[in-house]
Each structure stands twice: as C-alpha cells, then as structure tokens.
Design a protein around this ligand. Structure first.
Ligand SMILES: [Zn+2]
Length: 199
C-alpha cells in the first residue's frame, strides 16, 4: 500500500491510545491527524506524542463522565468533513473499556457516508481483538512509535508502557500472521472499505 499522498485520521479515546494502536501505520501517510476525545488533563502529552510522529493533534474537550454520543458524532462529522481522510482508525467495538466503545460507536456513526477505509486498532483494553489486517513496520517506524509513546510521561509506570511489554505485544501480532521473524506489526480489524467504480 502506498499512502504517501494520503491522509489518515486516528480517533483515540485517551492520550496515548492513537500512538499505541496506529503510531506506526500513520507514519506511512502524507498527512496524519490524531484526535483525542477525552484529554483527562493530559493534552500536552497528547500533542507531544503527535508531534514526535509528525502528526497534527486535535484535542476535544469531552469529559468521560458525561459525554454525549450525539455531540461527539457532530464533532467528528465536522473533523472528517474538514480533514477529508482516506483512512480512519479508531477503537474496536468489543473492547472492555466503556470510553473506547463509546468512541468506536461514534466514529462508526460519523463514517456513515465515508467511502474510505475504516479500521479498528488494538490497545490492551480493546480486547477481544480478532485482527484481520496486519501492517508491517520498519525498525525505524517501530522505534519512533515507542518514542512517541514515551512522551506520555504520566503513564510511564503503567504495565503496558514497559519496554518489554510493548515488544512482546507487537511481536505476538507478527507471529499471529506468520510474519518474518523479528519484524514489528500493528494489528487492525477492517470494519469497512469501499472499492469505487472507475467507469
Ligand atoms: Zn484509552
């Protein structure tokens, strides 16, 4: 897939979700926008992570305690209409985290007329996760993804942020699709795609 001139929108519930789920894939696009729905007082870390990846960052001001799905869909409609992405990534619908499921549902509604590709990315809370689309990363892309994750300094002690946990996780997905040994892979679930007629 050659994505150099194309645009990707990644919608994450919390700061660091986008980098964890699609921080490698987004580096293959000409333009990337990370949208963070619930900043939780960590907007600066979200911007630093996006910066590291050369992505723009749109921080919404929703509060997870009383977020309204309709308002979120309207915000996403506006962002999609303005940014005009070719690919949209968000959480899976099956995750255990209620914020992730709310964001996934809202993105799906906002994508009702979208003719690009919609993918679900995986984080430790987006489980169970039956990946069916695998993106191989170069070592440099994977390292940059980890550097971006480390910009989320307030999360540095979380188990999923430890270097070994990250390497184990992404190595697992490489083995899951029988990738070449030692390669890093980001897993996705294809939600929807449209092949447009040419004539
Ligand atoms: Zn999250």
């Amino acid at each position: 897939m050659v994505n150099g001139e194309k645009k990707i929108l990644i919608v994450g519930a919390h700061p660091d979700d986008a980098e964890y789920g699609a921080g490698g894939f987004l580096q293959m696009f000409g333009k990337a926008l990370i949208c963070v729905v619930f900043p939780m007082g960590r907007a600066d870390e979200a911007r630093a992570g996006a910066d590291e990846l050369g992505a723009d960052c749109a921080v919404m001001d929703f509060d997870a305690e009383n977020a309204r799905e309709r308002a979120l869909i309207e915000n996403l409609d506006e962002i999609i209409g303005r940014f005009k992405p070719n690919v949209i990534c968000t959480h899976s619908l099956t995750g255990v985290h209620q914020d992730h499921r709310l964001v996934a549902r809202s993105v799906i509604s906002a994508c009702r007329a979208f003719t690009g590709m919609v993918l679900f990315f995986g984080t430790p809370s987006d489980h169970p996760f039956a990946a069916n689309l695998f993106v191989e990363l170069t070592d440099a892309q994977f390292e940059k993804k980890l550097t971006a994750l480390r910009k989320h300094k307030s999360q540095a002690n979380r188990p999923y942020m430890q270097s070994q946990a990250l390497h184990t996780h992404f190595n697992y997905w490489n083995e899951a699709y029988q990738g070449k040994s030692g390669r890093w892979v980001e897993p996705f679930v294809l939600h929807r795609n449209v092949i447009r007629r040419t004539g």
